[in-house]
Write a protein that binds this ligand. Structure first.
Ligand code: C2E
Ligand code: CA
Ligand code: CA
Length: 460
């Protein structure tokens, strides 16, 4: 596997990866059959009487295998805002919409067509076709019939379509692909259908490869940290740093976290990655403290996935005890969106950590949806103003926004640090606004731990 996951650098045989070998495929069909055997008729959705996912997988796969001369496509239908319909219009209206959908889909039934009610508001249809336009026409007709159902609230169906690349393509893969296509348009009221295309296919495969490789990277200790120093802009002194994960490949090239963090956030592996990174930080600080060397705080990133996990706060407290590092040396950076997602658990965890002496920093401030009320109520000590805020500082309007934001944050008695300071012009303006702390390429790029130690030891 090539270390670089950019488009033109994939050297693996993607097709081999995605099409199962014959034996695996037979095993797969066998297991589907076993799961559905004997009680196919029971494997129906209670409400709509359509096949549920399990029965559908089996029936649809069989249909495709028995008709290998035909081209098949899987269409998945999902509603944007279905939950709101139940909430605002009542369950009966929601149920009525689902039944209307079933009727709308049933009108498309012809030979080789199989319908399914996967769950809640998600439906699927396997259908043979000749031209892609036929599939688009199906989605239009179904949507038109659904639109006839009168509701006070508009429910918009969206369709994700996956065309089978080959007759033995697995239904579960087709379903994943159709759902991926759907995800690209969900919530966009102007787009009603999307085909799974080559670009999405590539992205999905790259993600799969990253998933596989990152496990190995963790085992082989191929992840490491870089530290980006934070400075006092008045005198340029280092006042701390931020730990940033790097994935070091065998040939010494680095994969940036921007490439793999979003993938591991989706599959939950981020928990292991983060704990690995945190441990390296505590270990490093513990050693410097034990050696009575100069120590400045190094902040760690807390992925918002942890916000849903109640045990993470203890993990952090335990690390601080194990490595004998007082909490004040490890500020915790949580992105602004993490603060909005799961308020109760988040609030509790952050309060707990604060009581133990940790500093809570709101990362990427200005990219999410925080409001003044949120800032007033949330357990936050520091705000990290996002790079985006100062990118076009030439613009007088941007200047005004920055000036007033800084003033407001100061009045709320929050510590401020600005991220992504690259130019002297930005620096001067920020200092003029009363912002003294920064992290940015103008001062330092992220450096290795060794280099960071050297900087501290040199008194930088
Ligand atoms: P972040 O937490 O906002 O980290 C700051 C990112 O901005 C870093 O990118 C840093 O190199 C970059 N940066 C700092 N100053 C400048 C500047 O002046 N100009 C420009 N153009 N960029 C600047 P990096 O290291 O690629 O990290 C990207 C993101 O990956 C981080 O954004 C963070 O969200 C995530 N990440 C990194 N390490 C970890 C980790 O250990 N755990 C978790 N959960 N996320 C991490
Ligand atoms: Ca950060
Ligand atoms: Ca940030």
């Amino acid at each position: 596997m090539d270390k670089n996951y950019e488009d033109d650098k994939i050297v693996v045989d993607v097709d081999a990866l995605q099409s199962m070998n014959r034996k695996d495929f037979e095993l797969y069909i066998y297991s589907l059959r076993k799961m559905a055997e004997g009680n196919l008729e029971q494997n129906r959705s209670f409400m709509t009487d359509l096949y549920n996912l399990r029965a559908f997988q089996y029936k649809a796969q069989e249909e495709m295998l028995a008709n290998q001369n035909l081209k098949f496509a899987l269409i998945v239908l999902d509603f944007a805002g279905f939950k709101s319909i139940n909430e605002f219009c009542g369950r009966e209206v929601g149920d009525g919409l689902l039944m209307t959908t079933v009727e709308a889909l049933k009108q498309e039934v012809k030979e080789h067509v199989i319908l399914s009610h996967f769950r809640a508001d998600i439906f699927a249809m396997l259908t043979p076709f000749e031209q892609e336009q036929e599939l688009i026409d199906i989605t239009k007709r179904v949507a038109d019939r659904i639109a006839e159902y009168k509701m006070p609230y508009k429910a918009l169906p969206a369709f994700g379509i996956c065309v089978a690349d080959y007759p033995t393509m697995s239904i579960s893969l087709m379903r994943d692909y159709a759902i991926m296509a759907l995800a690209t348009i969900k919530g966009k009221f102007y787009a009603k259908y999307a085909f799974f295309d080559a670009k999405m296919r590539k992205k999905m495969l790259i993600n799969k490869l990253i998933e596989n490789d990152i496990m190995k990277a963790l085992e082989d200790e191929m992840l490491c940290i870089y530290v980006q120093p934070k400075v006092d802009m008045l005198d340029g002194h280092i006042i701390g740093g931020e730990a940033l994960v790097r994935w070091k490949c065998n040939d010494n090239t680095m994969v940036s976290p921007g490439e793999f963090i979003p993938v591991v956030e989706k599959n939950g592996l981020i928990i292991d990655v983060d704990i690995y990174v945190w441990t390296l930080v505590f270990k490093f600080l513990g050693r410097r403290l034990a050696e009575s060397k100069r120590v400045e705080p190094i902040s760690i990133n807390i992925s918002r996935v942890h916000v849903f996990d109640e045990s993470f706060k203890e993990t952090i407290v335990n690390l601080s005890e194990e490595y004998e590092v007082p909490p004040k040396y490890v500020p915790l950076e949580l992105t602004e969106s993490g603060f909005t997602e799961n308020t109760d658990i988040m609030y509790e965890s952050m309060e707990y950590l604060r009581q133990h002496g940790f500093v809570i920093s709101m990362d990427d401030f200005g990219t999410g949806y925080s409001t003044m009320t949120m800032l007033k109520n949330h357990p936050v000590d520091e705000i990290k103003i996002d790079k985006g805020f100062i990118d076009d500082i030439d613009n007088p309007k941007s200047k005004s926004i920055v000036r007033h934001t800084v003033q407001m944050l100061k009045e709320l008695e929050l510590e401020i640090i600005v991220e992504g300071v690259e130019t002297k012009q930005q620096r001067d303006f920020l200092v003029e606004c009363g912002c003294e702390r920064a992290q940015g390429f103008m001062y330092y790029k992220p450096v290795t731990l060794e280099k960071y130690e050297q900087l501290l030891d040199e008194g930088k």
